[in-house]
Design a protein around this ligand. Structure first.
Ligand code: ADP
Ligand code: MG
Ligand code: ZN
Length: 480
């Protein structure tokens, strides 16, 4: 039998607020254990949570950017379970009436077609603390609890089971990742867990419209692992069914070392958590005005910017996609275009030399040592014939190293392009005299030798001869 995989993702997005969601403690990563705590996030009796307004603003932005409607009156709920990193014995989350609902993202699937993936809901919640094993500074070598992360604000973005392959899942996830980092509400660091995903996977016979039983896979902290985990899980379920088994609803853990998933526990149902509205927090009322104000504050999103780069700046789709990979890159590109004017040329240099140099040096575009203005100056030197495209690469490397302006480098190193035909002509004469054999070959009809002469002249001029002048003169002289 043929099987159709079905996937739904639950993504946790850690918000970049300075303080926690229900208290004023700092959210800075990596501090001394338990140094960023207070009675609220320690869960001491009697301490009362107060909602951080910034979290609501970030949630609204995320919702509007994913086509959700913003719930006018949303509710916080207690999700009850026991675990040592959860001091209150419950997590404050949202259950009924989450802040954002009924959204979607359009993702590009095979062949460039768009497919709409539903977003069921986005809700706000607090993170739990962390267990620390065997590396405590205190006496003994047992496990300890670090509550610095407790009460850190999260958004949980839940998709509909609309994804049909691991590729679709990764595309959706990357798009969501791009949106939250673009909005500046999440740093997107998957390794540190700022953007983490649980993948729900099931299979059903092709043609069926009854979803199979799903397994929920935890602990997939890179795009590559998401793909691996889903693919493994699809095959595992198919093999199991083919062997006469039935898939049970459970929570599974992905093991990145083996690329496999293993059973962790049977899946808990909502009623196991005994959700109920948190009596310590009043319902969150969000006015239409607030939503509209947020909408106006939204930056131009990746999708829209990509489209504008194509429509207004005439970029091809591929270039527009690469140049909107991050907001900082798109800003850099636009500053370059503003300074130079030729979008295609600026784009090519960013996708070529700049990207290569950033990769080689492990630098991010935000810290690029060459400003967009200086890049534009370099391109202008090429445009007006001062230097050749080839010499420009040498100048570029020097700009990268020294931070100097391109004109200064050209002057210092005497790199000005030679277009003077007299000077080039005498170089050609010397080279033809020294390579009489090749001259005869060319004249005998072996036109390939032409390239040899171009190479020799360029070499003799240390790359400074204007290539089009060289070509023209060579053609003339070799014809004899
Ligand atoms: P819970 O919070 O208990 O994990 P939800 O009902 O909120 O459960 O669903 C979680 C996720 O599971 C959603 O992303 C949803 O799309 C996905 N999902 C639901 N049913 C299936 C299924 N049969 N196959 C794959 N994914 C599913
Ligand atoms: Mg879940
Ligand atoms: Zn606190």
């Amino acid at each position: 039998m043929k099987y159709q995989p079905v996937i739904g993702l639950e993504v946790h997005v850690q918000l970049l607020t300075e303080s926690k969601i229900f208290c004023g403690c700092s959210t800075t990563f990596g501090a001394e254990p338990n140094s960023q705590t207070c009675p609220v996030c320690l869960g001491l009796p009697g301490a009362l949570p107060v909602l951080n307004k910034k979290v609501v603003e970030f949630a609204i932005k995320a919702g509007l950017s994913t086509n959700c409607s913003i719930t006018p009156r949303s509710i916080f709920a207690r999700k009850n379970y026991f675990y040592p990193d959860l001091p209150k014995g419950y997590q404050i989350s949202q259950f009924e009436d989450p802040i954002c609902q009924h959204g979607w993202l359009d993702i590009a699937v095979d062949g460039g077609e768009l497919k709409r993936i539903g977003i069921t809901r986005i809700h706000m919640e607090e993170d739990a603390g962390k267990l620390v094993h065997g590396e405590l500074s205190g006496p003994g070598d047992g496990s300890g609890v670090d509550l610095n992360r407790a009460c850190t604000p999260l958004l949980e973005v839940v998709s509909e089971p609309d994804l049909r392959s691991s590729d679709e899942a990764v595309t959706y996830l990357k798009q969501l990742h791009q949106i939250v980092t673009w909005l500046g509400i999440c740093d997107g660091n998957m390794e540190e867990g700022s953007f983490r995903c649980d993948a729900n996977v099931s299979v059903m016979p092709v043609g069926s419209n009854i979803l199979g039983t799903r397994a929920e896979i935890k602990n997939v902290n890179s795009f590559k692992f998401v793909k691996q985990a889903i693919e493994y899980e699809i095959q595992r379920q198919i093999d199991h069914i083919e062997d006469g088994g039935t898939v049970v609803q459970e929570t599974r853990l992905f093991d990145p070392n083996s690329g496999t998933t293993r059973s962790m526990r049977s899946k808990e149902e909502a009623h196991d958590y005994r959700y109920f509205p948190d009596p310590d927090l009043v319902p969150l009322v969000i006015s239409r005005e607030w939503v509209e104000r947020s909408r106006l504050e939204l930056p131009e999103l990746p999708e829209q910017r990509r489209q504008r780069f194509m429509d207004k700046l005439g970029l091809p789709l591929y270039d527009a996609e690469v140049l909107t990979a991050s907001r900082a890159l798109a800003d850099y590109f636009e500053a370059g275009v503003a300074a130079h004017g030729n979008a295609k040329a600026v784009g090519n240099w960013i996708m070529g030399e700049i990207t290569r140099a950033l990769n080689d040096s492990g630098t991010v575009i935000e810290a690029c040592p060459i400003s967009p203005g200086l890049l534009a100056e370099l391109l202008t030197l090429i445009d007006n014939g001062t230097i050749s495209g080839k010499i420009a690469k040498t100048v570029f490397d020097e700009m990268w190293r020294s931070g100097k302006a391109p004109q200064a480098i050209v002057d210092e190193q005497g790199l000005v392009q030679v277009s003077d035909s007299g000077a080039i002509e005498s170089l050609i004469d010397e080279i033809m005299a020294a390579n009489a054999g090749q001259v005869d070959e060319y004249r005998g009809g072996k036109e390939k030798v032409f390239g040899f002469f171009v190479g020799q002249v360029m070499k003799a001029s240390k790359g400074k001869a204007n290539p089009s002048v060289v070509n023209e003169l060579l053609l003339h002289k070799l014809k004899g």
